[in-house]
Design a protein around this ligand. Structure first.
Ligand SMILES: C[S@@+](CC[C@H](N)C(=O)[O-])C[C@H]1O[C@@H](n2cnc3c(N)ncnc32)[C@H](O)[C@@H]1O
Length: 201
């Protein structure tokens, strides 16, 4: 990750959502992006130029545009037509983002397009976040990283955020992932946790 005077940036040209520029770099706002919040809070996973990424829940491309500034390629899956329009605009200027309009819960639809990746990043804010995560595991190389941005209130509003996170961790481990890190994203995103996992080697 690149830091300039304590500010997280990505080395991209041209703003995407009105973000501030510092020289040739785009300021990566932790209030706008859970990945930036994770990094600001000391998250250990580093984006590097050799990574192939499958990004689930790309929305209008805010975070995936920053991720793409760092990595080799990002396959960006989104199923809602309106954010997809904005994402396509982002892709016009970032040729290493491959937009895929599909339901991440039905990955068979894109298995002919997406290659084996080093990182899966999921931010779908759905009740069945774990099922979606496990359905996409066949794309992840052995030893690769899965980052699940968990919105606990989307899973069960009656349970405490910690209860939901504990259950999610258990379910991911039962599904074959090794959970390495759970980082709560306060104060940037309330009741959200970044769950960082490794696929078995
Ligand atoms: C919280 S927003 C993502 C924000 C984005 N990751 C960012 O940081 O810029 C969640 C997005 O996931 C999308 N989404 C939810 N369920 C999905 C699914 N099953 N397949 C594809 N996209 C999905 C929603 O349409 C929405 O755009």
């Amino acid at each position: 990750m690149i830091w300039l005077d304590g500010v997280l940036v990505s080395p991209g040209e041209g703003g995407v959502y009105g973000e501030r520029m510092v020289g040739e770099c785009r300021v990566w706002n932790p209030y706008r992006s859970k990945f930036a919040a994770y990094a600001m809070l000391g998250g250990t996973f580093d984006l590097t130029a050799d990574l192939r990424v499958l990004y689930l829940g790309a929305a209008n491309g805010t975070t995936v545009s920053h991720v793409a500034d760092y990595v080799e390629v990002a396959y960006a899956v989104e199923f809602a037509p309106r954010p997809m329009q904005d994402l396509l605009e982002v892709c016009r200027h970032r040729k290493n983002i491959i937009p895929i309009m599909a339901d991440a819960g039905r990955p068979a639809a894109y298995q002919g397009v997406v290659e084996t990746v080093d990182l899966i990043y999921q931010d779908v804010a759905q009740p069945d976040q774990v099922r979606i995560a496990l359905a996409n595991l066949p794309f992840l190389r052995p030893g690769g990283t899965f980052i699940l941005m968990l919105k606990t209130r989307s899973v069960d509003i009656r349970k405490s955020p910690k209860e939901v996170a504990d259950e999610t961790v258990r379910a991911l481990e039962e599904g074959g992932l090794v959970v390495k890190e759970v980082k709560w994203l306060e104060p940037y995103h309330h009741d959200h946790a970044a769950i960082v996992c490794e696929a078995l080697k």
